[in-house]
Design a protein. Structure first.
Length: 63
C-alpha cells in the first residue's frame, strides 16, 4: 500500500463517520504524519524457517 492509498483509505473512513469536531484538521494532521513516515518495504517472500519461527517453536517446546 502506498502512502497515497493509505491517505485515501483513512480519509474515507474518517469522512464516513459523524464526528463532533472538524474532520479536515484531523485528516490534515494524519496526512502530514504519513508524509513524514519513512518508506518501509516488506520482503514479499515468507521464510518458513525464519529466526522468529524458530524462537516461537523452541519457546513452545520449553513450556
Amino acid at each position: 500500500m502506498t502512502k497515497e492509498q493509505l491517505k485515501s483509505t483513512i480519509t474515507k473512513i474518517i469522512t464516513s463517520h459523524n464526528l463532533p469536531f472538524d474532520k479536515t484538521t484531523l485528516i490534515s494532521a494524519i496526512n502530514e504524519s504519513i508524509d513524514e513516515m519513512p518508506k518501509i518495504e516488506f520482503d514479499k517472500t515468507f521464510n518458513k524457517d525464519s529466526n522468529a519461527t524458530k524462537s516461537r517453536k523452541s519457546f513452545r517446546n520449553k513450556s
